[in-house]
Structures are given as C-alpha cells and as structure tokens.
Design a protein around this ligand. Structure first.
Ligand code: AOF
Ligand code: ZN
Length: 320
C-alpha cells in the first residue's frame, strides 16, 4: 500500500463495520452472497458503510460509494468483504464504479468464487493502478465464511448446511413432557439468528408430528423479502395439510421430499445458499453420518439451574 493510506487499525475497524453490515443481510441476498463495504478517507475516517441487500439491488461497493456523493473528493480507500465484481450481471460492474471514483486503494476480504468474477475484479483494479490487497487472518476467515454458502452452492450444487441440535443436561434432544423447548432465552435468540441467516429450513415429519414447530424467524429483525423455504423430509406422507397451510400463513414456503439428496438439489435449484437443519435425533444423525453438514451448532443445557447453556460451533472444514 502507498505511504499515504489509512493506518492499519483504521482498516481493521472498517472491516469490522463491513463484516457486520454484510452479516445483518445474510439470509436476504440469495442467490447472491452477503457483502459489506466501507469507504474511508485517507486519515481513516469512515465515510460510508453499506451492504448488498438482495439480488437485483446495488452491490455493496456501489451503494457505499453512492452514499459518499457529498464527500466525493475525500474518497480514498474501500474495504470490501468480497472481491469487487467485474462483470455485467443484474447490476453494472463494481470495478467500474470504483474506477470512476477517487479511490486509490482497495482491501478485499475474500476472492469471489463465482467463475464469472473470480480474479477479474482485483486484476482490473490493479491493472488500472490502484493498490489492491487481500487481507489475511481472522478478517479473511470471517469474509470467507460469509461467502462460503454461495461457494458451496456454486461448486457442489447444494446449500451450506448448518445443523443445530439442542440437548438437555442428560443428553436428550426431547423436551420434558409438556414443554416445547428447554433452552435458555439466549439460546433461543441464537436459534432464531441461525434461522434468519438461512434461506431454507430443513426438518422431518417426525418433528412436525411431535410438536408442530413454527420454524419462523421471530426474535430478531428479518430483512428477507421472499418466503423462506421449509423443506420437509416426509417419506410416508404423514405431515397434515393443516400444518402446511399454517406454515404458508406464516410466510414460509413448505415443500415435501422423499430423500435427502433430492431435497438438497431442489433447494439449491431454487437459489438457497444456506439451509438450517432443525430436526429430531434420527434425521440429524442421518445428515451427520452422510457428512452432509458444514457447521454443527450444539446447545447443551448445563446441570446447574440458572447457568448459561454451553454453545459449541464446529466447522466441518476450514473456510480458508
Ligand atoms: C460484488 N459486490 O455486493 C455482490 C457481489 O447479478 P449481479 O449483478 O447482482 O451480480 C451477482 C454476482 O456478483 C454474484 O454472483 C457474485 O459473484 C457477485 N456479488 N459482488 O462486487 C456485491 N453481491
Ligand atoms: Zn459488484
């Protein structure tokens, strides 16, 4: 980077803002990935932070630059969680928007796994004389995690699978009689945040017959503009039509499937980037045994009443 650049702590702070902005829209952007961008002045002042809010809407870089129109000459650097695009898709290339600004430097969190984009944006910008750097370490890992569901769908033809399981202190997934859940308020908040960032919910007929869960996002703001899919594995046609009607009433789009591969292919075809498996012990075990999971979140009640649940998140393989 040139001597005249925002200082490294300012870049790290801007990355935090860009990552948080992108995360706030995860679950709303499919089939596009969530992306965040911050624009900085040369002294590190943050001029604007924006996220991509959905397919067909402006990309993060274009939106962030647009928000700087009244400080146009102060624009010096961009921090963006995903490599800027260099192609005409539903929107014009971000590389052109950056080149039309006074920006001199671009820090990038992750390469774009889209073959139509990969490498093109970074190369175009550096060929035009801008300083372009890919960050490393935790910021790169967080950026890669944001785009991992998009990459999973593009390369494997299935959504990223987050498998959530809640256990009682004695290792059971079944709530005590008369209770629908046994998790703490904080764990329920987490469960709804996991739903919010997913494009689809996956469950089994057994779970629906046992306690007809709503599987909607309720405890956190949900910016999604289209119905979230609810894919149900139901080999024997046991799910009552009244449940499906109630799910539709709640803004979900339910579908019935006979096997897991067909279910996953159908979700990916429909544009789903990430799916949350919220199922009972048998179906959860089937996903785990088949290696069909990318992130495993376990919430375990501890024996001492009042103590916080233990939450563990395991990634199946590193994202960078
Ligand atoms: C960016 N910034 O904020 C996003 C990017 O059809 P389009 O024009 O929306 O292009 C979609 C592709 O652009 C998408 O597949 C992905 O490769 C990239 N997404 N790129 O520079 C953004 N959302
Ligand atoms: Zn773009």
């Amino acid at each position: 980077m040139t001597a005249l650049s925002p200082p490294p702590p300012a870049i790290a702070r801007a990355f935090r803002l860009a990552l948080d902005a992108a995360s706030a829209w995860a679950g709303a952007t499919a089939p596009n990935p969530p992306v965040g961008c911050a624009v900085l002045a040369v002294d590190g002042e943050v001029l604007a932070v924006r996220a991509h809010r959905g397919a067909g809407l402006p990309h993060a870089e274009t939106a962030a630059l647009d928000a700087c129109r009244d400080r146009w000459d102060a624009v010096h650097s961009l921090v963006v969680t995903l490599e800027p695009c260099n192609h005409h898709g539903r929107t014009p290339p971000c590389s052109e928007a950056i080149l039309a600004s006074t920006a001199r430097a671009v820090w990038i969190g992750a390469r774009d796994p889209n073959p139509a984009v990969a490498g093109g944006g970074a190369e175009r910008l550096s060929a035009a004389g801008l300083d372009v750097a890919f960050v490393e370490g935790p910021l790169a890992a967080e950026s890669a995690r944001l785009v991992a569901p998009f990459a999973m769908r593009a390369t494997r033809g299935r959504p990223w699978l987050t498998l959530k399981q809640a256990f009682t202190a004695d290792g059971s997934m079944i709530p005590p009689p008369g209770q629908k859940t046994f998790s703490s308020e904080a764990s329920l908040d987490l469960a709804h945040a996991l739903r919010r960032r997913a494009d689809a919910m996956i469950t089994g007929s057994g779970t629906i017959l046992a306690d007809a869960p709503l599987l909607t996002v309720r405890r956190t703001p949900d910016p999604r503009r289209t119905p979230r899919r609810l894919a149900i594995l139901d080999r024997r046609g046991r799910v009552p039509s009244a449940y499906l009607a109630a799910a539709r009433e709640c803004g979900l789009e339910p579908s019935i499937h006979l096997d897991i591969p067909a279910l996953l292919a159908d979700l990916a075809d429909g544009g789903a980037l990430e799916a949350l498996v919220e199922a009972g012990p048998t179906l959860s075990a089937a996903f785990l045994a088949a290696g069909l999971w990318d992130e495993h979140v376990t919430i375990t009640k501890v024996a001492r009443p009042g103590d916080p649940d233990t939450v563990e998140t395991v990634l199946r393989r590193p994202v960078v």
